[in-house]
Design a protein around this ligand. Structure first.
Ligand code: CTP
Length: 405
C-alpha cells in the first residue's frame, strides 16, 4: 500500500508566484492515494483559479471564512479536524507572519489555530524577504511550536534575484509528505553510508574514476532517513542532490573516504558500503600537469585501503553491509567477499545485465547473509533501496536480539 493512501491533506495556498505549481502538487498527491482539500487565500486567487484546483482535487475549494454555503458544506472547524496534515505551499512571508502571530483573519490562518493536525510550511518569497529578521524570527517561532518548515530551496527567483527563497519542487514536497507519514522503524539508529565513485588524482587536472552515479547509495540514504534514522552520507563526487535530512560529507579520493568512514563508523549502528571505491591510487601524483612528451606512459598504482573491511575490523564495529557488483559467478564472488571482509550482509548485483546497476535508474539485488539469501526484484532504485533497508533492519534486529539472549 502507498504511504499516502487515504491520507487527508489540506493544501493551503497563499499568494506567491509558485502557486502556479500547486495543481501539479495536488495531482501527484492524489496519484499516491491522498485525499486533498484546497484552501486558498485571497492573494492565491490572483495567481491561480479555485476552479482549476477544484478540478484537479475533485473537492470543492474553500476560500472564505464568512461564506454561509461553504460553512454548511464543511465548516472551518470541521476542516481543521478532518486534516491529517495541513501543508501550506507556497507560504508567503505574509501568511507565515500571520500564523506566527496567531491571527485568524482568513480561513487559512484560522485553520492553523483551530487544528491539532501537524502543519508544514513551504516558504516561497524573495531571498531578501526570507533573510529579513522579521521572517527569520517568525520561522523560529513556528519551529519552536513544532511546525515543520519544508525549504525554501535556493536558485533563481521570479524577480531575477538568486538565493534562498524558492518553494521546494513539487517532487520534493511529495517526498516530504511521504517521509512525514512513513513508519519510523529506524528511530534511534545511525546509518553511515558510503556512496558514489572516488577520484584518484594523476596530476592536478586528471584522475582515475569509474561510472558510479551514486544513485543507489543516495536512495538507501533517503530510505533510511525517511524511516527515522540519523544518516551520515560519505559521498564521492556525484551529480545528484543528497536527500534532505542527511549529514553529507563530500570526499574525492578513497583515502579521504577511508578517513571519514573510520571517523563516523564507530558511532554508527549500521554501516553500508555502497561506494564504488577505486581499488588503486597513483603512487606518485604529479604536482604539475603531465606533458605528453612520449608515445607511451606508465602509471604506478598502489592498493587503496579496503574501507569496508577496515571498518569491519574495528572492535566497536556497526552492523556491516557491503555491495558486490559482479559480471559472472555472482553468488560465489559475493559470498567470498562477505566472508573475506567480515560482513553481516552483502548485496550483490549482476552488472552484466542491461538496464540495472551502474548509472541506471533501476536495479535488482540479491542480499546474502552467511546462512540465507533474499532476492529484491528489478525496480526503480528507490523502491529497491526501501526494500533493502527493511531487510537490513530485520537482520540487524535479529542479530541484536540473539546478542541480548
Ligand atoms: N570497498 C571498500 N573499499 C575499497 C573497495 C571496496 O569499502 N577500497 C567496498 C565497496 O564499497 C563494496 C565492496 O567493498 O561494498 C566491494 O568489494 P570489492 O571486493 O572491493 O569489489 P571490487 O572492487 O569490485 O572487487 P573485485 O575486483 O575483487 O571484484
Amino acid at each position: 500500500m502507498q504511504i499516502l493512501q487515504d491520507k487527508k491533506i489540506v493544501l493551503g495556498i497563499s499568494g506567491g508566484i509558485a502557486a502556479y505549481k500547486t495543481p501539479d502538487l495536488v495531482r501527484r498527491l492524489k496519484e499516491q492515494g491522498a485525499d486533498v482539500r484546497v484552501v486558498m487565500t485571497e492573494g492565491a486567487k490572483a495567481f491561480i483559479t479555485p476552479l482549476t484546483l477544484q478540478a484537479v482535487s475533485g473537492n470543492p475549494v474553500s476560500d472564505s471564512l464568512l461564506d454561509t454555503q461553504a460553512e454548511l458544506a464543511m465548516g472551518h472547524i470541521e476542516l481543521a479536524k478532518w486534516a491529517d496534515i495541513i501543508v501550506i505551499a507556497p507560504a508567503t512571508a505574509d501568511i507565515i507572519a500571520r500564523i506566527a502571530c496567531g491571527m485568524a483573519n482568513d480561513l487559512l490562518s484560522t485553520l492553523c489555530l483551530a487544528t491539532t493536525a501537524p502543519v508544514a510550511i513551504a516558504p516561497a518569497m524573495n531571498q531578501q524577504m526570507w533573510h529579513a529578521q522579521a521572517t527569520q524570527e517568525n520561522i523560529a517561532k513556528l519551529t519552536s511550536r513544532t511546525y515543520h518548515i519544508w525549504g525554501p530551496g535556493a536558485g533563481e527567483q521570479a524577480c531575477g534575484d538568486i538565493g534562498l527563497g524558492r518553494m521546494l519542487e513539487v517532487s520534493e514536497l511529495v517526498t516530504l509528505c511521504n517521509d512525514f507519514f512513513a513508519e519510523k522503524y529506524l528511530e534511534n539508529q545511525h546509518w553511515v553510508i558510503t556512496a558514489g565513485p572516488t577520484r584518484e588524482a594523476i596530476d592536478p587536472v586528471r584522475y582515475i574514476s569509474n561510472h558510479s552515479s551514486g544513485k543507489m547509495g543516495y536512495a538507501i540514504a533517503h530510505a533510511a532517513v525517511s524511516a527515522g534514522a540519523k544518516v551520515t552520507l560519505i559521498s564521492g563526487p556525484v551529480a545528484i542532490t543528497p536527500p534532505i535530512g542527511c549529514h553529507v560529507i563530500q570526499v574525492n579520493s578513497a583515502e579521504e573516504m577511508h578517513q571519514q568512514a573510520l571517523k563516523y563508523a564507530p558511532d554508527g549502528t549500521t554501516f553500508v558500503a555502497c561506494a564504488a571505491v577505486a581499488d588503486y591510487r597513483v603512487a606518485n601524483v604529479s604536482a604539475q600537469k603531465i606533458k605528453k612528451n612520449n608515445d607511451a606512459m606508465q602509471l604506478d598504482l598502489v592498493r587503496n585501503h579496503d574501507i569496508v573491511a577496515d571498518v569491519a575490523s574495528l572492535a566497536n564495529k556497526p552492523f556491516m553491509v557491503g555491495f558486490a557488483a559482479e559480471t559472472q559467478d555472482v553468488e560465489q564472488y559475493a559470498r567470498g567477499k562477505l566472508v573475506r571482509k567480515n560482513l553481516d550482509l552483502i548485496a550483490a548485483n549482476d552488472v552484466a545485465k542491461s538496464g540495472q546497476g551502474f548509472n541506471s535508474d533501476n536495479n535488482a539485488l540479491t542480499l546474502y547473509s552467511t546462512i540465507d539469501k533474499t532476492d529484491i526484484p528489478l525496480a526503480n532504485k528507490q523502491l529497491v533501496a526501501n526494500h533493502l533497508v527493511l531487510l537490513i533492519n530485520q537482520h540487524y534486529t535479529a542479530k541484536n536480539s540473539i546478542k541480548k539472549q
